[in-house]
Write a protein that binds this ligand. Structure first.
Ligand code: ADP
Ligand code: MG
Length: 323
């Protein structure tokens, strides 16, 4: 299979039916794609996945294709952006048609679900690496930025926390995670509709990719404030109930890969957010509050138990250069 045939068979042909969307003036096949969004602000994000670093080389290629696009769409969701399209840069050690078919099935499943067309890319031989760039649209000044939280805002999180981290821990010990935990880790759902519907309601938002506390720390830094989170209110995944402390706390507070959205919103938005949760059939849980900055800005997040006492837990999310 030549490079040209590979691109055509596994990517260009399959991208064709979504490239009819009216904002796609030109998709795959020319030197550049042409997008014509009817909006003043473009949201752009890139994520790179490297075999042996972000996933095992023998991972199910269907889940890899799904996750590679889903984690990028999660970044668009976290800005409240509507997906417009994505590009795919792929380095492959060899041409394995069964692998490519499964990979593109997983990827196009997500692309079709979110009406996000593949509009271009690059293909080369090399150590297995997948780099996706997504493009999204937001109305002027409506993006959900990290630097917009205010003292007095509630802190919210979607879905449940910790199941993906539990799956990672089980696999690291050579075990097999439950189907539920494996699905949370390998087939994450980007909260795209939630992000879009939070425009005009949420002030600051991000996606929980590296762990709730580590990620919210970024909101604190960018917004110049601190947060109290209430441990009894956190929506732990029910499967964490089999664990003891401190493992339960570690997975819920520091576990990455959940791809839920965490956001802040004024207290006046509580009923609107409850209605949104109903209409999306997605749990939205109030888990804390924004307070004035502490003297120690590197520990902006405190987690409090039911008596208002600080819960001790391991800080820091996943850092690729630290482990
Ligand atoms: P160029 O030499 O201009 O970079 P290529 O031969 O690399 O062109 O690619 C030809 C066309 O196929 C371009 O439109 C490019 O965007 C697209 N393309 C290449 N690889 C991929 C891929 N993995 N997924 C989607 N489109 C791709
Ligand atoms: Mg090229």
């Amino acid at each position: 299979v030549s490079e040209f045939e590979l691109i055509k068979r596994f990517f260009a042909d399959r991208a064709a039916h979504l490239s009819g969307l009216k904002h796609v003036k030109l998709g795959i096949g020319d030197d550049c794609a042409l997008l014509a969004p009817n909006t003043a602000e473009l949201a752009i994000s890139t994520d790179m996945l490297v075999a042996g670093r972000h996933f095992f080389a023998d991972v199910d290629p269907g889940s890899l294709g799904h996750k590679a696009l889903a984690v990028n769409l999660s970044d668009l969701a976290a800005m409240g952006a509507q997906p417009l399209g994505f590009t795919l840069a792929l380095a492959l050690p060899k041409v394995d048609t069964a692998w490519l078919a499964a990979f593109s099935d997983g990827m196009f499943g997500v692309a079709e679900h979110h009406q996000c067309p593949l509009i271009g890319g690059d293909t080369t031989s090399g150590p297995l690496t997948i780099s996706i760039t997504v493009f999204g649209a937001v109305a002027p000044d409506e993006a959900l930025r990290r630097d917009r939280a205010r003292v007095g805002d509630d802190v919210w999180v979607s879905g449940t926390l910790g199941a993906a981290a539990l799956a990672v821990a089980v696999r690291k010990r050579g075990g097999t995670p439950t189907a539920h935990c494996a699905r949370r880790l390998d087939w994450p759902e980007a909260r795209v509709q939630l992000g879009i519907r939070l425009r005009g309601i949420a002030r600051a938002a991000l996606d929980v990719s590296d762990g709730l506390v580590g990620d919210l720390q970024h909101v604190c830094e960018r917004s110049g404030l601190a947060m109290n989170l209430f441990w009894p209110m956190l929506p732990l995944d029910p499967e964490l109930n089999v664990l003891l402390e401190p493992a339960r706390q570690r997975y819920a507070l520091g576990g990455g890969d959940d791809y839920e959205l965490a956001f802040t919103a004024p207290k006046t938005a509580r009923s609107q957010i409850a209605e949104l949760a109903n209409s999306l059939e997605l749990a939205l849980t109030r888990v804390g509050e924004c307070i004035p900055a502490r003297t120690d800005a590197t520990n902006a997040i405190a987690v409090l138990d039911e008596h208002g006492l600080a819960v001790q837990f391991e800080r820091g999310g996943f850092d690729h250069f630290a482990d």
